[in-house]
Ligand binder design. Structure first.
Ligand SMILES: *Cc1c(COP(=O)(O)O)cnc(C)c1O
Length: 415
């Protein structure tokens, strides 16, 4: 059953190559000034990843600080409601700080400390990666500076406050559209200027080599645990795994340990937003094409002149023009398939999960739940796992805006 050679001859663990290429994707498309810092980081990570002391420190923090292993949970009432495949949830929402992001920030902060860098910088859009970075910086006594678009600061006051409470400095970025991509540019500029003291803590499986590989490795624990847990609980591998894909870190984390199990379907869900026109969604595979952005070659949303297009999603974590290069490669290899769920479907899936299981998911994760709800009815006898990447506390204001009827007091207030 697990014969690796029968239908999939690729050795997935051999990628990326030494230059960070997943076939034609990935790489290092950056200015000369950034090549040195990236090489230094790659060399440090190459040593750390095989150093038992580093691995032990990482594992220890995952266990005692993050609270791993996260459970795999049989969603019995959701399964019954949907009818069909048995649905299990990999509970990244139960991690410290409420999402998978902390796996990566812990790994990179430990690496920064090991490299003797007392200062970390990060970019953030909605603030989730900023909070996860500020958290681990506090934990290790590192200085933390978070670049954030001025528009995003206005929209995400609570997360800005959280970062400050944790001791981080939040720098408003007023260039361009004053959002995530401008914050990213500003963080890059800081890194080049302060390279001797500073580690740039990138938040997803994006950017130049070694980031996509390193971020993947720090999140592989999700899939390694899930594989062990499902074999223990069901005595067999799952038939399908769903994960939402922004930059792609929770998805590659849960997919990677299953890549050579050719019977396991891997399904990434992008943000379908409000419609199919450029600017209305963040579905890079159905609506985009390969190109270069932020130091790597991958699928991205661009117009005919190669201008990066605007994106939309109800969930900030999926609202990004580029997908990580390993996903681009898995897509073209047809080892993983990618689809999208729209804003409405994600919101409805969140309400369904809340009411059948007592779990309010993050809006990002709700996209994966929506796809499972769509497919499970046709898959009786199968086992499906959803990566529940985060919890919904951060999204309560958006749920309130979209389910206004719940705020009304009256005889039907419970609907
Ligand atoms: C940030 C975020 C995502 C999207 O990031 P990936 O790198 O694609 O995983 C998904 N879910 C939650 C809960 C997030 O906070």
């Amino acid at each position: 059953m697990l014969d690796k050679t029968d239908s999939n001859p690729t050795d997935f663990n051999a990628f990326p190559n030494a230059e960070g290429h997943f076939d034609r994707f990935g790489g290092r498309f950056v200015a000369e000034t950034l090549i040195g810092p990236l090489q230094e980081l790659a060399a440090a990570y190459d040593k750390a990843r095989v150093d038992p002391a580093f691995i032990a420190a990482f594992d220890k923090d995952l266990k005692h600080y993050v609270g791993r292993p996260s459970p795999i949970y049989f969603a019995e009432r959701l399964t019954r409601h949907v009818g069909g495949a048995r649905i299990l949830l990999k509970r990244e929402d139960l991690n410290h700080t409420g999402a998978h992001k902390i796996n990566n920030t812990i790994g990179q902060a430990l690496l920064a400390a090991r490299m003797g860098k007392p200062r970390i910088i990060a970019e953030t859009g909605a603030g989730q990666h900023g909070v996860a970075s500020a958290t681990v910086a506090a934990r290790l006594g590192l200085e933390c500076v978070v670049y954030m678009g001025a528009t995003d600061i206005e929209r995400q006051k609570i997360n800005v406050y959280r970062m400050k409470l944790l001791g981080a400095k939040v720098v408003p970025v007023t260039s361009g559209s004053k959002t995530l991509k401008d914050a990213l540019n500003e963080a890059m500029r800081d890194w080049v200027t302060n390279i001797s003291t500073t580690h740039y803590l990138l938040g997803s499986a994006l950017g130049s080599h070694p980031y996509p590989m390193m971020v993947r490795d720090f999140h592989r624990v999700i899939g390694v645990e899930a594989r062990r847990q499902i074999l223990e609980a069901e005595q067999r591998l799952p038939d399908a795994i769903y994960a939402c894909v922004g930059g792609g870190s929770n998805a590659i984390g849960i997919f990677h340990p299953f890549l050579e199990d050719s019977s396991v379907r891997l399904i990434g869900i992008e943000a379908g937003g409000q419609g199919k026109e450029l600017g209305e969604h963040a579905a890079r595979f159905s609506g985009g094409s390969p190109g270069v952005l932020h130091g790597a070659f991958s699928y991205l949303l661009q117009n005919d002149d190669g201008q990066i297009s605007l994106t939309h999603s109800v969930s900030a974590g999926l609202d990004y023009a580029m997908i990580g290069p390993e996903h681009a490669w898995l897509h073209d290899q047809r080892r993983a398939e990618y689809t999208s769920a729209g804003d409405e479907e994600a919101l409805e899936a969140a309400r369904r999960l809340a009411r059948t299981e007592g779990i309010i998911p993050a809006l990002e994760s709700s996209h994966a739940v929506a796809e499972a709800i769509r497919r499970a009815p046709q898959a009786k006898g199968e086992i499906h796992i959803i990566s529940l990447s985060g919890r919904g506390d951060k999204d309560i204001d958006i749920y309130r805006e979209n389910f206004v009827e719940l705020d009304a007091q009256g005889p039907d207030y419970a609907h």
